[in-house]
Design a protein around this ligand. Structure first.
Ligand code: FCB
Length: 462
């Protein structure tokens, strides 16, 4: 494959530059205006998060969203991907809706549109209402119906203004860690619960797509998956890598986009699949949301419920400050794989670098490593597009430092630093770098229109 011709290459004019965040990680106000608890409130309250952190205040985005939207505007992003907190709009997860909670997302959506930023609404980002978990959560088949009813409420309320919807963020991550590997809510460790949850989450996805299609005829609907090469930690771990890779990379996108479970899992999933289920799950989608950070390493481990756990991987590879492998080529390869396998337009809906950024003596945050990381990964996207992969957008994770799940507030992914005690937001060097990149990319593509059709590549102007 040839590298793009740098002199002539420009980003497609329709390319969507964005940032992503999620409700529980930023909103705070967990007990305000009638919000019900989610499984992550419970997990935090149990002291299992690093430093005993909780999401109670987080970035106080519930009150400070106008300031955060002003920061997005300063960046020049065209789109903001956020999630709705299910238990804020349905405190019990089903039944009576909470008007005050619904009104918050009205304010958010209206303010985004006012700022010229397109709202990309994700229905679910790890935060199952606790009341539903008490009824068995994703492990019971009713969960698909609960989710469809919630999607109906959201579609009906915001569908006049929101046209971009995603169903479920990274289903493989919250099911694998929440039901088998540990380290995430609801913290179960049982393989049959995991498999049950996988199938019910897939059913929930399909049911939500159907609900949104009816309510929002012009909706552009996608699914968001974390796909990353799953490599053996040692030569003896080849089979473990194959197994973990099947759960991590294929257990959701294969049934959702191709209508079958990956061959490695067909047999173990069979007990949960009823007649007609795969057709219920595989509903037409408009795009594939790819979250990608790094390759992962698998280690065979007979003591783990799955027989496999995440391994450390080689010590001599480049890594981010939080020890995640850095491999931009893996993003490029993954984009090709996803394109070839699922044949949908791709948006990179998350990519970013976690670190322990601290302000210097004069309050500046010079996050050079984040800039280097993002440059290399965006270059991988650029090359994939030039090679014919239909990538239509890129969203940095994240605008703000936020609640990084079991790592709490110690790990920072933001382009903007948050001083949690004062809630002061300080753009880091990477914020200004990303703003410049977006400006240059959009200005250049306005000057030189692209026409790639006929070259075996894309017709991005259509
Ligand atoms: C992804 C999650 C997101 C954030 C990043 C770092 O797996 O979707 O919420 O935690 O990782």
């Amino acid at each position: 494959m040839n590298p793009p011709d740098d002199a002539k290459w420009t980003w497609p004019p329709t390319f969507v530059w964005g940032v992503s965040m999620s409700a529980f990680q930023i909103e705070g106000a967990t007990r305000e205006d009638g919000r019900g608890p989610s499984v992550w409130d419970t997990y935090g309250a149990s002291g299992r998060v690093a430093n005993h952190d909780t999401g109670d205040v987080a970035c106080d985005h519930y009150h400070r969203y106008p300031e955060d939207i002003a920061l997005m505007r300063g960046l020049g992003v065209r789109a903001y991907r956020f999630s709705v907190a299910w238990s804020r709009v349905l405190p019990q997860g089903r039944g009576a809706a909470n008007e005050a909670g619904l009104a918050f997302y009205d304010r958010l959506v209206d303010a985004l549109l006012e700022a010229g930023i397109e709202p990309w609404l994700c229905l679910y980002h790890f935060d199952l209402p606790q009341a539903l978990d008490d009824l068995g959560g994703w492990a019971v088949r009713d969960s698909a119906g609960w989710f469809a009813d919630y999607a109906t409420l959201v579609g009906r309320r915001y569908g006049d203004r929101v046209k971009r919807f995603a169903t479920i963020n990274e289903p493989s991550i919250f099911t694998l860690f929440g039901y088998a590997l540990g380290g995430a809510a609801p913290d179960a460790a049982d393989v049959s619960t995991l498999r049950r949850a996988i199938h019910n989450v897939n059913l929930a996805h399909g049911a939500a797509v159907d609900a949104l299609r009816v309510l929002v005829p012009q909706a552009s609907i996608g699914a968001i998956h974390n796909v990353q090469p799953c490599l053996p930690a040692t030569p003896a771990d080849t089979d473990a890598a194959d197994l973990l890779g099947a759960y991590w990379n294929a257990a959701f996108p294969d049934p959702q986009c191709l209508g079958h479970y990956p061959s490695r899992l067909v047999e173990v999933m069979e007990p949960y699949v009823q007649a007609g289920d795969l057709a219920r799950i595989c509903r037409p989608l408009d795009w594939f949301g790819l979250n990608h950070y790094s390759p992962i390493y698998a280690t065979a481990n007979p003591n783990s419920p799955l027989g496999v756990t995440l391994g450390a991987g080689p010590s001599d590879i480049s890594r981010t400050p939080i020890d995640w492998p850095t491999a931009p080529e893996a993003l490029r390869e993954t984009l090709h794989q996803v394109h070839n396998r699922y044949r949908l337009p791709i948006y990179v809906t998350e990519n970013g670098l976690g670190s322990y950024d601290t302000p210097d003596a004069i309050g500046k945050i010079t996050d050079t490593r984040r800039i280097e990381f993002l440059s290399a990964y965006i270059e991988a996207v650029r090359r994939a597009i030039a090679e014919g992969v239909d990538v239509r957008g890129y969203f940095v994770w994240s605008l703000l430092d936020n609640f990084e799940w079991a790592s709490g507030y110690a790990v920072r992914f933001g382009l903007v630093h948050v001083d949690y005690p004062t809630q002061k937001r300080t753009p880091k060097a990477s914020y200004f770098w990303y703003a410049d990149l977006i400006k240059a990319a959009t200005e250049a593509s306005r000057v030189i229109p692209l026409a790639r059709s006929g070259s075996g590549g894309l017709d991005l102007l259509r």
